[in-house]
Design a protein around this ligand. Sequence first.
Ligand SMILES: [Fe+2]
Ligand SMILES: [Fe+2]
Length: 321
Amino acid sequence: MTVKEIFDLAIQTGIKNDPRGADEIKRLLEESKKDFDDLSKSEKEEFDQQKLTNPYSDSRFLCGDQRKKVKRVLVGIDIGTEEVLLARELERMGKPIDLIIAHHPEGRALADLHEVMDLQTSVLSRAGIPENIAEGIIREQLEDVSRKISPANHYKSVMAAELLGVSMINIHTPADNCVWRFVDNLLEKKNPRKISDIINVLKTIPEYKEAVMLGSGPKIFSGNEKNRCGKIVVSGMTGGTHGKGSEKIYERMGHYGIGTVIAMHVGEEDRNEAIKHYVNIVVAGHIASDSLGLNIILDSLEKKGIEIVACSGFIRNSRAK
Ligand SMILES: [Fe+2]
Ligand SMILES: [Fe+2]
């Protein structure tokens, strides 16, 4: 497979597992095309043309050669300059790396991270929160995130990869969509009654089991293990800032009949608000959840004979066999 084929496969897998559904994604891409067509010549120059084919602003081809054939990839949750140097060091040890795959956004993908957050509106409205309320709360948070990431040094590791001639892509929301669907489907099938049942279901997933051994397994952040789950929503898994949607949502969740939230991670304000409104929170674990999402995509690469080298916390578990 080439770098481009790998990236395209990741995007398609993300669309297949997207909470909004493939038809809605098609509509959004058509909207982008219409926006582009309506622009003036100078505005067209500034338009990010990736938006015409890729609905995930936080996932991009970052640098290198898109036509390069790939036999071995280095995959990490966060790719900094040190991981780029690691790729070169592995080559020195006889394990050349043809492509680095980062999960968390770098470069332009980081600068545009907030643009995927509207996806969270769909996750919440599927769970019964009126669209206008979910949209209003998420939009406020989206603007806040946009301001917070604006001063970052977005291109640090991408420049390192360019200097050393290493190709690099990042796969963020497509992978998070995969973990969202996987966990959502499993919990629906198992229909847990108590919070302890949710923890036990999560621990049957190898990535979470491994995280338990590493000291970062699933944890209850609000409620206790004997609590009834009520209606479960996997709301903190995808849409840019998993788990940190907005603490304002918990009051509404309580009103609209949501009993338990499953998230990758949450902040203290989320925890306090959830406790106040009797909403349970189970934190599945950040890095294990990110790993599970990536693994679902990477299995397709492994099936094509590509070797996967894990770094930067990534827990590789293959379901390819
Ligand atoms: Fe993620
Ligand atoms: Fe993450």
